[in-house]
Ligand binder design. Structure first.
Ligand SMILES: Nc1nc2c(ncn2[C@@H]2O[C@H](COP(=O)(O)OP(=O)(O)OP(=O)(O)O)[C@@H](O)[C@H]2O)c(=O)[nH]1
Ligand SMILES: [Mg+2]
Length: 430
């Protein structure tokens, strides 16, 4: 599905001028993509309606292309629902991975173990797949690679005996279970037995992205029989159907916690719909980003703005526009890091504005008058107070924004090289 979506974004960026006709064409393309990914027809028409309405509510600082891109982007993020972060809320925190044959349970167990180990937790792996002969050996090898202990005895009950004895020694314990061709009685029985012994805090269904829309049925069945907390979708790297699988999970009401994006141990990412969409639509990718930024911004204005920006003569309105662009791309420092020659070494630490913070900043800026945005020097204590109140923020939030602005202004002023300037301009950062 998302290859198609990527194509739609390309179409928008390539178009010289966006008129009603093109807009309708784009909406039709999107509808086709969504329907082929098993998105309910009613939902598809609601999405189309939302896009049209959001475009009508247009804000003059956005170009028509940006309006459309943003409207579609917002709907896609919405369609993917929320990520279902696994919160290590107690010690030991016990995670059970279940799923059908070959979905990626064993690989993902090791990936998760490596990830939590890196975060400083003491991790233990349990291998209770006694169904497939080589399964435990596979887990042991992976455990060795990442230096995480693996308990995997021939009999499940022996593995659990060891686990009971050592439970208190670990912070995170992950159990890799056996698969089947389908969720049949024997698998349900086996997992229920594991539940009794292991008492997981969090059971995650592992499913392979290549099953596309069938993910919905699988997620619902597992959820109905075994109360899963979330889903890990694997193999999103090599399959066009991955998007369909993600949408299917969102529709079935179970949240995706992680996605597997490759065979390597480190190829596991927490699932954040906003970041994910940015990436698959190419917005997080430098080349495409540069290409796109170059197309969506008004060249003449950009030239003027870039000069202004590089001289340090920027106001909050400029920052506001930039935040709008950046919101889709992840954190500011990440974007800055993508620009060659502008490594973090040269930038003050204060530059790392995270997504959440950016949203807060925008809220704060929404409460400012145009005059204040254009001339931040006006922001005295009483104005700060008023703005904070209007934005439902604290005064220190407002001051943090002003500080951010000053830091940015200073940082930019000190970086006068031509190449960078061109980059910034193309980035829409000018
Ligand atoms: N490309 C890619 N391959 C993956 C990913 N996750 C798992 N695999 C591969 O998928 C295959 C099956 O993975 P396993 O982890 O053995 O799957 P399983 O669910 O434990 O399988 P059974 O134990 O047989 O039920 C392996 O070859 C993995 O390398 C992923 O995110 N991307
Ligand atoms: Mg396995």
């Amino acid at each position: 599905m998302f290859d198609g979506v990527k194509g739609i974004f390309k179409k928008i960026f390539r178009a010289g001028y966006v008129d009603e006709k093109l807009l309708e064409e784009i909406i039709r393309d999107l509808q086709r993509e969504l329907i082929s990914s098993d998105v309910d027809v009613k939902l598809v028409s609601q999405i189309s309606k939302n896009i049209r309405e959001n475009i009508l509510k247009k804000r003059k600082e956005f170009s028509k292309k940006e309006q459309i891109v943003k409207a579609i982007y917002d709907e896609l993020v919405n369609l993917l629902g929320e990520g279902g972060k696994i919160d290590i809320s107690k010690k030991p925190y016990k995670i059970l991975l279940v799923g059908l044959f070959g979905s990626g349970k064993t690989t993902t167990s090791a990936k998760l173990a490596a990830l939590y180990k890196k975060k400083g937790y003491k991790v233990l792996l349990l291998g209770v797949d006694t169904f497939r002969p080589a399964a435990q050996e596979q887990l042991k090898q992976l455990g060795e690679k990442i230096s995480v202990p693996v308990y995997a005895e021939k009999k499940m009950k022996d593995t659990f005996k060891l686990f009971e004895k050592d439970t208190k020694k670990y912070d995170v314990i992950i159990t890799d279970s056996a698969g089947r061709d389908a969720l049949d009685k024997s698998l349900i029985k086996e997992i229920k037995e594991i539940n009794k012994k292991f008492k997981p805090d969090n059971t995650q269904l592992v499913l392979s992205g290549d099953i596309g829309q069938n993910a919905r049925k699988q997620a619902e069945e597992f959820h109905k029989n075994l109360a899963i907390k979330g889903v890990i979708v694997t193999k999103l790297d090599g399959t066009a159907k991955g998007g369909g699988a993600l949408v299917a999970c969102s529709i079935s009401g179970v949240k995706v916690s992680y996605v597997g994006v490759g065979e390597k141990i480190t190829d596991l990412e927490e699932f954040h719909p906003t970041r994910f969409i940015s990436r698959i639509t190419g917005m997080g990718d430098l080349e495409t980003l540069l290409e796109k930024a170059g197309e969506i911004i008004d060249e003449e204005k950009a030239e003027k703005d870039a000069k202004k920006f590089m001289s340090g003569d920027i106001n909050l309105l400029d920052l506001y526009e930039q935040l709008g662009n950046l919101e889709q791309m992840g954190s500011l420092d990440k974007v800055m890091n993508m620009i060659p020659g502008l490594s973090m070494a040269k930038l003050p630490k204060k530059m790392d504005v995270e997504e959440e913070k950016m949203k807060k900043f925008r809220n704060v800026m929404d409460s400012m008058t145009k005059e204040e945005l254009e001339n931040p020097k006006l922001l005295n204590a009483s104005r700060v107070k008023r703005i904070a109140k209007g934005a439902g923020a604290t005064e220190s939030n407002v001051r943090a924004l002003i500080k951010q602005y000053n830091t940015m202004k200073k940082a930019v002023k000190g970086l006068g090289n031509k190449k960078l300037m061109k980059m910034m301009k193309r980035f829409g950062l000018g």
